[in-house]
Ligand binder design. Structure first.
Ligand SMILES: Cc1cc2nc3c(=O)[nH]c(=O)nc-3n(C[C@H](O)[C@H](O)[C@H](O)COP(=O)(O)O)c2cc1C
Length: 232
């Protein structure tokens, strides 16, 4: 698979088949992903791979916590701003509305939205779930490094014919995760990654998110023949 094809075909899959993913394939993906660059090659990522009963037990406890008392749970890092503003607000809305529209969930159907949100905590049925952590004694630069690793996992999964969904939703439930996994006090749970075969029949998997045009986020300087007409 050409690298462009692996990157372009990656998308967030939110319904997986139960087809198991062999341990050797998971290990291969993680070995490839660990070729990600990191400042001073510190390789600050750590991954917990969950499948079978270990995955089921963790998922059951997180679903329970999310249903019973979600406000008791908070992430250990701020992923999102406390108040949104454009253009990010608009993009965020379009993403949410687009997903719910493909699922046939009305904007004011809070119960259906809640059910869909809870599906995060069963890794959208994926047979393998990864939890990714970062050592909190490092600094904000390491978030870039782990981000590159996470993207590599998702792209390397494509080369194996697999799909993924990155899931910050797990960050809220780090205390529950700690009861199941030997996570050190120094580790921040950054996100989960669902890994498995895409369910091609699922409407939510047909949702392809849009991207801003190049001119919205790039300006070229001192380069001939650039496609951005506004550039000097
Ligand atoms: C770090 C990270 C965390 C994410 N967390 C969630 C999540 O908790 N639940 C979810 O359904 N999607 C999650 N997403 C998926 C984004 O919504 C998705 O990447 C975005 O809408 C673009 O769509 P695409 O991945 O299909 O290209 C996350 C993505 C990233 C990169």
């Amino acid at each position: 698979m050409h690298v462009d094809e692996a990157i372009r075909s990656r998308k967030s899959v939110r319904r997986f088949l139960s087809t198991p993913v062999p341990a050797a394939v998971v290990s291969h993906i993680l070995e490839v992903a660990a070729r990600a660059p990191s400042g001073n090659n510190v390789q600050p990522w750590r991954v917990y791979v969950l499948a079978g009963e270990a995955r089921e037990r963790l998922c059951a406890d997180i679903v329970k916590a999310a249903q019973e008392d979600p406000d008791r749970h908070q992430p250990e890092y701020a992923y999102y701003p406390t108040s949104w503003f454009d253009p990010y607000l608009d993009r965020r809305r379009r993403c949410g509305f687009g997903l719910y529209a493909t699922l046939g969930i009305a904007r004011d159907d809070q119960a259906a939205r809640e059910r869909q949100m809870l599906r995060n905590y069963t890794f959208f049925d994926a047979p393998v779930g990864l939890l990714v952590t970062l050592d909190r004694r490092l600094n904000t630069g390491s978030f870039m490094d782990v981000g590159m690793f996470i993207q590599n996992v998702m792209v390397a999964a494509r080369a194996q014919g697999l799909h993924t969904c990155a899931q910050a939703a797990f960050a809220w439930f780090h205390k529950v995760a700690r009861q199941h996994l030997p996570m050190g006090d120094n580790e921040i749970l950054l996100c989960g990654i669902a890994l498995g075969q895409e369910d091609l029949q699922a409407p939510e998997n047909a949702f392809i998110t849009e991207r801003a045009a190049l001119a919205e986020f790039v300006s070229f300087h001192g380069m001939e023949g650039c496609p951005d007409r506004s550039a000097r």
